[in-house]
Design a protein around this ligand. Structure first.
Ligand code: AHR
Length: 509
């Protein structure tokens, strides 16, 4: 039997709550994410409600998606929302210059997005246009969506068929302002963010949580500049109306170079370990940004939002390079599971995270066939579903007195076992990943401060790391009941086959 790593969890010492919003999603007008993915139009043969695919919605409802970010990404900074309201035939078209240079007919706009959110049970996170928009345009959009009573924008909304205001909790002030969102300096953007945020008003009962466009990966100076800009206006976290309440950051797991990111399905063991090291970097990244924020806001009132994360591979051969369509394997699943462990550990500062992107783009939950329309759930989908119990649960610290098993990868060290835990509604949920490509591992869970009255366990693994689901083999990677678990003296012994993700749900008193 494999020697077990001992992990101590004190179920009666809860840590900060894991915001459900770290299980958030992102849907951009990019490739086949919106058109063909979420939206096929009301006349499609594919079953839909008001143009939105019913099978996609049904599959995603199992994930309890807490929030959905839209319309971009880079697209957000060239999107003019007024082009996407009113009768579809009258909506002007535009060119999506970032993503494939294709024509965008604006048939999926504000009303369609809000409809989608209602169908999913997700809260909307709308990303406004700073790069090519105006303050007035953004202010009008907020008024259109959220104001009650009577006003020019309210009359327009009613004219388009919606009487009641919607609730929009999350608002993005531009996207990647350092790049596709306007190529601005940190200082310039900080001033723009304050100006735009000032006019994103709270109408009636709707209180906006404004998210300033944050750093590219480990650009800590960017975060510092935005924190300073907040402080100058009377102190961080005092929530002066009109100023931003959170700062975002984007980080993608890219094992190769930007020019050649590697194939999603054809990779060596070395490529795999290089990927996992890149994924593990997220921990250092979040700690770095949190530390900068702590200097200005020790009470952690300003939120950190990782609103784009996930793997980014070369596009699938033969597909449009601007559409970012990639396969999704057991390797992607382990990237997702380790990210969640990291998110759970940063629950004190990380208020939201959004995987890029939900359907047909980058590390997707769902892939749809462009010809048959057939839908496939990816290994990443299953990780989200298996981990849903962590949403809004109290995090539990996991102590490993003997240290985690490790492996040298190039110049770095990779912990090959990853664990996190939380407690909610009389259950302790423990998530465990064995990142070793070939060797099994085992963990002895020393669960203290509770009485165990039941245990259930599930496993996600596959014979090969490159295994993925297709319309022909939709369950090649799918969760199973995990038999490799026994109640031991003083805890639970959990076996972890090579490259596997396991959840253990313990009913406790
Ligand atoms: O998710 C794809 C793109 O990646 C987004 O549009 C952009 O914000 C980032 O560079």
């Amino acid at each position: 039997e494999v020697a077990a790593t001992r992990a101590i969890i004190n179920a009666d010492v809860p840590g900060p709550v894991i915001s459900r919003h770290v299980y958030g999603h992102f849907a951009e007008h990019l490739g086949r994410c919106i058109y063909g993915g979420f939206y096929v139009g009301p006349d499609s043969d594919i079953p839909n409600e008001r143009g939105i695919r019913t099978d996609v919605v049904e599959a995603l409802r199992a994930l309890k998606i807490p929030n959905l970010r839209w319309p971009g990404g880079c697209f957000a900074d060239e999107y003019h929302w007024m082009d996407g309201i009113g009768p579809k035939v009258e909506r002007p078209a535009m060119v999506n210059t970032h993503w494939g240079n294709v024509e965008e007919n604006n048939h999926f706009g504000t009303h369609e997005f809000m409809d989608l959110c209602e169908m999913l049970g997700a809260e909307p996170y709308i990303n406004g246009n700073v790069g090519s928009g105006t303050v007035r345009e953004m202010a009008d959009w907020v008024e259109y969506l959220t104001r009650e009573g009577d006003s020019p924008m309210v009359r327009l909304r009613k004219q388009n068929g919606r009487q009641e205001p919607w609730r929009v909790p999350f608002w993005g002030i531009g996207n990647e302002a350092w790049g596709c969102g306007g190529n601005m300096s940190a200082q310039h953007y900080a001033e723009e963010a304050r100006r735009y945020a000032t006019y994103c008003r709270d109408h009636g009962e709707n209180t906006l949580y404004r998210i300033a466009a944050g750093a590219n990966s480990d650009d800590y100076v960017w975060t510092e500049t935005l924190m300073k800009a907040l402080n100058e206006l009377g102190g961080c976290g005092r929530d002066p109306r009109g100023i931003y309440q959170a700062i975002s950051v984007h980080y993608y797991t890219i094992a190769g170079t930007w020019a050649d990111k590697g194939s999603s399905t054809e990779f060596t063991e070395d490529d795999y370990y290089a990927t996992m090291v890149k994924a593990a970097h997220t921990d250092r990244l979040l700690r770095g940004h949190s530390t900068v924020m702590d200097n200005y806001d020790p009470e952690k009132k300003v939120g950190l939002v990782l609103d784009e994360w996930g793997t980014w591979w070369n596009v699938e051969p033969g597909t449009n390079p601007g559409f970012l369509y990639q396969q999704n394997t057991m390797r992607d699943a382990l990237v997702a599971s380790t990210h969640f462990d990291i998110f759970h550990r940063h629950a004190d500062r990380l208020v939201m995270a959004n995987i890029a992107q939900t359907v047909n783009v980058l590390q997707a939950m769902i892939l749809t066939d462009p010809d048959s329309g057939a839908l496939v759930l990816t290994p990443t989908y299953h990780v989200f579903e298996m981990n849903a119990g962590h949403q809004d649960a109290q995090s539990l610290r996991v102590d490993v007195p003997g240290g985690l098993p490790q492996r040298a990868v190039n110049e770095e060290t990779l912990a090959t076992v990853s664990v996190s835990a939380s407690r909610k509604d009389g259950k302790v949920l423990v998530s465990l990943s064995n990142l070793d490509a070939v060797e099994p591992a085992a963990v002895h869970l020393d669960l203290r401060g509770c009485t165990v009255s039941g245990v259930e366990s599930r496993i996600l693994t596959a014979p090969n790391l490159a295994e993925h689901n297709t319309p022909e083999a939709p369950a090649a990677v799918a969760p199973q009941v995990h038999e490799g678990l026994r109640v031991d003296e003083g805890g639970l012994h959990v076996e972890l086959p090579a490259h596997s993700f396991v959840t253990v749900s313990v009913t406790v008193d």
